[in-house]
Design a protein around this ligand. Sequence first.
Ligand code: PGA
Length: 245
Amino acid sequence: MTHETFASELDLATALGRRIIDIVRRHPAVVLALPTGRTPIALYDELVRLTRPGQVDWSSVKTFNLDEFVGLGAGDAGSYRSFMQTRLFNHINLRAEHINFLDGRASDIEQECARYEGAIAAAGGIDIMILGIGANGHVGFNEPGETLVAHTHKAELDLETRASNAWCFGGDIDKVPREALTIGMGTILKARALVLMGTGESKAEAVHAVLTGGVTTRVPASFLTLHPQVAMMFDQPLADAIATL
Ligand code: PGA
């Protein structure tokens, strides 16, 4: 496990953006797993900026997003799919058939989750998975609890998680769905390489627990420390806040 600290959120996004572009150039058929939330916004801006001169070809890249709200899908404001369209997909030449997303509107949730696991396997597995971390230590929507689920599944969202997603719904927590579909902890640990992004002091307790607290289902991101190829990237405000704990 390596961890690096960058002076600012923007510096982190620039460094990771450059690394991803470099990988896409060297391995045009790379399979990426992508997060949503506030943390990766600067990263997606950077990928769009670096792609703009027309020198990066995304046409063979495949993507899988980590999660989606139950009841929402493409075209629904607040869905993670629409977030990704706006922030990234509309601006690069990814092929529509290479974009993989959980369908929060699927009528048969179990079948939808099995379909997603099958699609990941059919793509040859995830090469690089980028993850954010929740203030409660979640990754994807694998929330803290007594147990974790290995495969893609439906998860009930913590109140804290719903509060931190209210910005996607005009600031109204009552509009944030109570459930989501998410890849599981086993799906995460099967990726060939993991990158955990952490920015801002609100993540300090969770990241501190990941770095020092041992592996526990109470801090799902702590499971990442079991992975042989994980890079953690933090900004200075987060590192400074961790140092005060
Ligand atoms: P955030 O969410 O980037 O909006 O802080 C991260 C997460 O909950 O995984």
